[in-house]
Design a binder for this molecule. Sequence first.
Ligand code: AMP
Ligand code: ZN
Length: 115
Amino acid sequence: MSDCLFCKITRGEIPSRKIYEDDEVFAFHDINPVAPVHFMLVPKLHLGSLAEAGETHAALLGKMLLLAPVLAKQQGLDNGFRTVINTGKGGGQEVFHLHIHIIGGGNIPPMVRRN
Ligand code: AMP
Ligand code: ZN
């Protein structure tokens, strides 16, 4: 996708604070972090969201999930981290290129607040 923000980031056409890259995936710091460590792991392949993934993407998605804790540890998150995948407008997704948020450090509140 030529006009997709995260495609442009993975191609180096828009600058980012990269933390990891290989032939299939790219990781970079979120421009508007919600915690001391907040980065994104994305496939280089354009997939609009998790809802657009299929059986052919199983290995790629598995690779990303297995890479998340490795990168989190490299970023100093020895004590754990949160992974978030927003999917579709109903899930609060704003950038329509599949991405895993990896968030940690500081005080991470419960994700769902119960009154
Ligand atoms: P989502 O709501 O899951 O689609 O998340 C989109 C995320 O992309 C937000 O956390 C933004 O802060 C982040 N973001 C938007 N533009 C950039 C950018 N140019 N570089 C890094 N992160 C970005
Ligand atoms: Zn894209």
